[in-house]
Every structure is written in C-alpha cells, then in structure tokens.
Design a protein around this ligand. Structure first.
Ligand SMILES: [Zn+2]
Length: 240
C-alpha cells in the first residue's frame, strides 16, 4: 500500500515539475522494488519531454552497500562532499554499531541511510521472523545514532520472498546498474561498466568497503556530472 501510494506520488511530482501531462493509470501496479521498470517507464514517458523544458538535470543515484567501513567510507564521504554529491548508504547494522561516528557523519552530511540487515543475511534462506528481527535491530541501531529510522531497505544479494516483501513496512530498493565492483576490484573496469550504461533515473550499486569502488565512484561522478547528471539520494530520485 505504501509502495503504491509512493509510486503514484512519484509520478505526480515529476509531472508537476515538468508540466507534462501523463496518463499513468496502467502503471498503477508498479512497485518501487522493480527499479528497472520504474526507470524505463519514467524515462519513456517523461524524460524525453523534459528536454523540451531546457536545463532540467538528469537524475541518477549512487548507492553503497555493506558499510560503513573504517578504511573506505571516510574517504568516500570526503570525495562526495568535495563534489557536492549526496548518495545512499545501505548499511549493515553491525557495521553501523561498530562505526557510530562514521554512521553519524553519513547522516549529517545529507546522505540517505537505508537498512541492509544486521548481519548481511540471505533473507530468502531464513524465516520471516528472523529476517524481521535483523531489519528491526538495524533500524534501531541507526535510530540510536542518527535519531531517524531508515525508511528504505535493500536485501543482501537483492533477494527477498514476495511474502516477506509484502509484509515489510519499509520500501524495498534494488538497482539498475551492477558493475560487480566486489568481484573485479578494478577501478577502471568499474568506471567503464557504469558510465557506458548510465541513463537517467538509474540506481547504481557499489560497495563502500573496497578502495577500488571508492576510487571508481568518484571518477564516475566526475564523468557523469560533466554529462549533465545530478546525483541524488534514492528517495529524491523517487519522490522529488
Ligand atoms: Zn550487501
């Protein structure tokens, strides 16, 4: 219900911004978790017409999973601040607890914090009760540090049963570009994979626990900003 409402709000906001009128009744079944579908429909119906309105920046979101990481996240935050970019961090609860200063810094510097479970469990392989506990423990940890409960979550490996997904009181977010940064750990390869695929409304998946991913993220920003992209948090991508 929340997802449907938010999706509708998302379209209303975009249409209001651009002045474009769009019949989106057929899209009412769209869900946030299907990031690719959201991107395709919005791009097909809206962004083409947005260019007629001149200098509306193309929005795109960088997301970082599995942190905060003491060796990498601080440097990433420095680079984001220097470039005036806000991103989304799907934190692992136990890492947030271990690194409260970094977690607070992410929040205070205007980035969005999402929930990535407490111990990075595969939610398709545990009971609903166990998965729920992992999410709640993480949300409580983030709240204790920042004063705010995460509203968005990303399941580790992107997997979550339909039943569990429907019972969640959080908005599930997957991604549209996955350069497999954890596998290659090769900065140039990651950059190339992302910038050659990047389109408006994409959600890019990276991990702020690899040096190569942090280097790649900053290069990706420099390249795509020059191409007219504006980096926003996931909630801004959906609701702004
Ligand atoms: Zn993960």
């Amino acid at each position: 219900m929340i997802r449907c409402l938010c999706t509708i709000l998302y379209f209303f906001c975009i249409l209001n911004l651009t002045g474009v009128s769009l019949d989106f009744q057929v899209k009412e079944k769209m869900h946030y978790n299907n990031a690719q579908e959201v991107k395709e429909v919005v791009s097909e119906h809206v962004s083409g017409e947005m260019s007629e309105y001149g200098d509306v920046p193309k929005k795109i979101a960088l997301t970082f999973d599995d942190g905060p990481n003491v060796a990498c996240t601080g440097r990433l935050l420095d680079g984001l601040k220097k470039r005036n970019v806000r991103a989304t961090f799907f934190v692992i609860g136990k890492n947030a607890k271990k690194n409260p200063k970094l977690t607070k810094r992410i929040y205070e510097e205007g980035h969005m914090i999402g929930n990535h479970t407490y111990t990075h469990i595969d939610m398709s392989k545990v009971s609903e009760g166990k998965a729920g506990k992992e999410l709640k423990k993480t949300s409580r940890t983030v709240h204790a540090i920042t004063g705010e409960y995460p509203q968005y979550m990303r399941p580790p490996y992107g997997v979550c049963s339909q039943k569990l997904e429907e019972s969640l009181d959080m908005i599930l977010v997957r991604w549209t570009i996955d350069p497999l940064d954890w596998k290659t750990e090769n900065t140039n390869e990651i950059v190339k994979k992302v910038v050659t695929k990047a389109e408006e409304n994409d959600i890019i998946l990276l991990h702020d626990c690899y040096k190569s991913s942090v280097d790649a993220a900053l290069k990706i920003i420099d390249i795509l900003q020059k191409k007219g992209y504006e980096f926003v948090t996931v909630d801004e991508l959906f609701l702004d």
